[in-house]
Design a protein around this ligand. Structure first.
Ligand code: BJW
Length: 256
């Protein structure tokens, strides 16, 4: 076990050198992150893993407008619990390393599927939040937005009497057009595109990997497990983000 850990770390060190070399000569870098980015902050991922089910329900079945229409209290309770956990969670070494990489490199865009706000909390500016933010709610009747409640009766109500829902993108709902345009434009222009901590199973977010690849980017994946994007990646790093990104940062800082 000790030997294989050492072998894995040697492999990450080589991969960090290769990717670090690419980053320091890149004109524009994009990092697409998913739930695995926050796993080391204690937040569960959506698919697989012991934390994926909630009250015996699959997250994918709760993250829909139909589930909210059917049982707003149940869905609001799930989001309330996640909001409280997200508020208590802290950015991990991976979030912090990405923030510092952005400062060391020129054009660096983080596009996240996560709704937990941990990239911004780590100090990253201008994060593209594809699926909205769990920290905010919006009224299904008048559209007003307010901070999502952390306590009190559920479902939460707007001053107009309408039901408040989390300000996130559910299955079957369109992503905000300006947010998508920014993400798609960054992917097209990326010289290096890193896909980290996502199963790359949910579209249109997963499509960004293909857009970047077809536009000529060097595509690297950071994930302990194979994903639907692995086959098209130029470099695959089988490591957790909290171990690999600090190592990558060290390489980039040495070279610049
Ligand atoms: C680690 C780690 C560590 C662990 N370090 N790694 C094309 C083909 C087929 C279907 C579609 C298609 N285009 C659209 C669809 C339909 C659908 C879809 O994609 N379905 C698929 C399931 C097949 N997409 C939609 O419905 C989207 N909307 C849409 O297309 O609208 C069209 C439209 C146009 C015009 C008008 C109207 C409609 C919307 C998708 C919204 C997704 N929303 C959610 C919920 C957000 C709110 C919330 O958080 O509750 O987003 S679902 C959920 O999945 C969440 C996530 O952001 C998203 C992706 O999950 P993610 O991040 O990849 O997590 P996991 O758990 O899957 O993976 C974690 C990974 O981490 C694993 O790989 C681990 O190994 C790894 N990991 N620890 C690194 N330490």
């Amino acid at each position: 076990m000790k030997r294989s850990n050492t072998a894995a770390r040697d492999a990450w060190a080589n991969e960090a050198r290769e990717l670090g070399h690419r980053l320091t000569s890149a004109v524009s870098v994009v990092v697409l992150t998913g739930a695995g980015m926050s796993a080391e902050s204690g937040l569960p991922t959506f698919r697989g893993g012991s934390g994926a089910l909630w009250n015996d329900q699959r997250p994918e079945d709760l993250a829909t407008p139909q589930a909210f229409d059917r049982d707003p209290k149940l869905v609001s309770t799930w989001y309330r619990e996640r909001r409280v956990r997200a508020a208590a969670a802290r950015p991990n070494a991976g979030h912090r390393a990405l923030e510092r990489l952005a400062k060391s490199l020129g054009s660096f865009t983080i596009v996240t599927q996560n709704v937990d706000g941990l990239h911004a909390e780590a100090g990253s500016a201008d994060v593209v939040e594809l699926h909205g933010s769990i920290r905010w709610s919006r009224c299904i009747a008048c559209g007003d937005r307010k901070r999502g409640s952390l306590d009190g009766p559920l479902p939460d109500l707007c001053a107009c009497g309408g039901l408040m829902r989390p300000d996130v993108v559910w299955f079957g709902e369109a992503l905000s057009p300006p947010v998508w345009e920014r993400a798609e434009g960054s992917a097209r222009e990326a010289s290096v595109f890193i896909v980290a901590g996502t199963s790359a199973a949910v579209y249109p977010a997963a499509g960004l990997v293909h857009i970047a690849k077809h536009a000529g980017a060097f595509v690297a994946e950071v994930n302990p497990e194979p994903t639907e994007a692995s086959a098209i990646c130029d470099l695959v790093v089988r490591a957790p983000v909290g171990a690999f990104f600090p190592e990558l940062l060290a390489v980039v800082q040495q070279r610049s």
